[in-house]
Design a protein around this ligand. Structure first.
Ligand SMILES: NC(=O)c1ccc[n+]([C@@H]2O[C@H](COP(=O)([O-])OP(=O)(O)OC[C@H]3O[C@@H](n4cnc5c(N)ncnc54)[C@H](O)[C@@H]3O)[C@@H](O)[C@H]2O)c1
Ligand SMILES: [Fe+2]
Length: 462
């Protein structure tokens, strides 16, 4: 203990005496001030191997040969199965003599029912490896199929996050999974998270365990060229909120207690100096390329940059976590009424990125008090002048910056335009309350009334 205390004292001294130049004076370089036994004192960064490059998908067959794979499950959705990304994967497998079976029945915005269908396919196939080619819906479904086919006796809720499920630790070895994202948004290719809509409670929940993380992520910007406009907008706002939420999440040293075993340190650990690097990169990339990538599908520079930013934000959220925008989004998506967006098929659906960004202006007005400087910095990184802006205005400054992006991308005017009214708010609050992992990472603690007010403030946003 005494040597640990000496290390903390030393880090504190270094922090106080830290260089004040812009390159080295990041706030919270060493967040040790509150590191007591009841709080965590460490964070770790885990990430899939990431390989990025135009056309890199053609290497996947060789990767599987290198892994000794003989019988591969390729998962995708009914739309992506007929597009170039799947063709590139299957060509590479054929060229390298790899046996495979395709499952193309992934549901966009998956549910427990659709997860179970994919799990049955994986169990029956007895595969030795998995490839997920598609957006977050496909990658998340494939992670679950891998997990439950490796533990065939597990009940579905065993691994689902508490309090909805039992939050069981993963001790069985999983098969190698190679993720090939075809949208620029979720970052699921680098995370240990698998999200689904649990129909019984009309809200999303998931499985969060680093064992689910893909072995390899192939980030191929060529796949983004067919992404339709609305998918580019909504998945772009997913990156946007990943970066903002991981940047402003409670610092890792404020979360606790420290685990009794490092294997029990949660996937979502709170903001930290390393995830802040990813968040800053993403916010700057969004400022430069988000609009361009939406307005011109052939702008390969913009689309490639957004694709890389999605992965970077994934590394950030995969370790720091997200908070209130995501926590409130899960019941917003789960209680969808009649909203049918363009480019997502014919069923009513509130795409993830849209559900997440709807409450973002209200959320950041609410959280700014926790760290006004960081909220102002975020607005600045998104391209807004913060000279002479006071700390007490930080929430408004960041909310206005977000609203500016939302307006430019023609995002509907709040939850009321998605079909919600005042009368729905208690139901939305009820769906948000079980999102413990996310609510606890929010840098300001919230009462039920606060959640109610945040939904109310988001009914009309402009
Ligand atoms: N696991 C995580 O870390 C994580 C993080 C954020 C979100 N999510 C989850 O991911 C899901 C959303 O994923 P998403 O936003 O990537 O979209 P998606 O996978 O739901 O796909 C959206 C639509 O885009 C189409 N599409 C995908 N790639 C395309 C391409 N290259 N060209 C043309 N069309 C294409 C799909 O067929 C679908 O119709 C949600 O369920 C969300 O909860 C997971
Ligand atoms: Fe997200």
């Amino acid at each position: 203990m005494s040597s640990r205390k000496r290390v903390f004292d030393l880090l504190r001294t270094i922090n106080v005496a830290a260089c004040q130049c812009p390159a080295h004076s990041h706030r919270g370089n060493f967040q040790v001030t509150n590191a007591t036994p009841t709080k965590d004192y460490a964070f770790e960064i885990k990430c899939s191997t990431v390989r990025y490059g135009l056309g890199v998908t053609k290497e996947v067959g060789m990767d599987l040969v290198n892994l000794g794979a003989k019988h591969v499950c390729v998962m995708t959705d009914p739309n992506v199965v007929s597009l170039n990304p799947t063709k590139a994967v299957l060509d590479s497998l054929t060229k390298n003599g790899i046996n495979y079976k395709v499952y193309d029945n992934v549901r966009v915005e998956p549910t427990d029912t659709s997860f179970k269908d994919a799990i049955e396919f994986a169990k029956a196939g007895d595969f030795d490896s998995f490839i997920a080619v598609g957006g977050g819906s496909v990658m998340d479904t494939c992670k679950a199929a891998n997990l439950y086919s490796c533990d065939p006796d597990a009940e579905f809720l065993d691994y689902v996050n508490m309090p909805v499920g039992k939050g069981k630790q993963v001790t069985v070895p999983l098969k190698p999974l190679i993720a090939i994202p075809t949208t620029s948004g979720t970052g699921s290719e680098t995370t240990g998270m698998s999200i689904f809509d649990y129909e019984e409670i009309h809200a999303k929940t998931g499985i969060a365990n680093s064992a689910l993380r893909p072995l390899l992520a192939l980030i191929d910007p060529l796949h983004t060229l067919t992404v339709p406009k609305n998918v580019a907008i909504y998945s772009g706002f997913d990156i946007f909120c990943h970066a903002l939420e991981s940047f402003t999440a409670i610092p890792y040293s404020e979360r606790g207690p420290a685990p009794t075993n490092p294997a029990l340190r949660p996937v979502y650990q709170g903001s930290n100096p390393i995830s802040d690097v990813w968040a800053r990169f993403c916010l700057q990339t969004l400022a430069k390329y988000f609009e361009r990538s939406v307005n011109n599908a052939d702008d390969i520079e913009a689309r490639s940059s957004m694709h890389l930013a999605a992965t970077m934000a994934g590394v950030g959220i995969g370790n720091a976590g997200v908070h209130l925008c995501h926590g409130l989004a899960y019941p917003i998506a789960g209680n969808v009424k009649k909203f049918v967006p363009n480019d997502y098929g014919k069923d009513p659906i509130i795409p993830h990125g849209l559900a997440v960004v709807m409450t973002a202006p209200a959320v950041f007005r609410f959280t700014a008090q926790s760290d006004p400087d960081k909220h102002l910095e975020a607005a600045n990184l998104l391209g807004f002048d913060i000279a002479n802006r006071k700390q007490e205005d930080a929430g408004k400054v960041l909310a206005d910056a977000i609203l500016n992006y939302m307006e430019k991308m023609n995002i509907d005017n709040g939850l009321s335009s998605l079909g919600y009214t005042d009368a729905d708010i208690p139901k939305l609050v009820k769906g948000a309350l079980p999102q413990h992992r996310l609510l606890q990472l929010t840098p300001v603690s919230q009462t039920e009334e606060d959640l109610h007010n945040l939904f109310e403030d988001s009914l009309t946003i402009y």
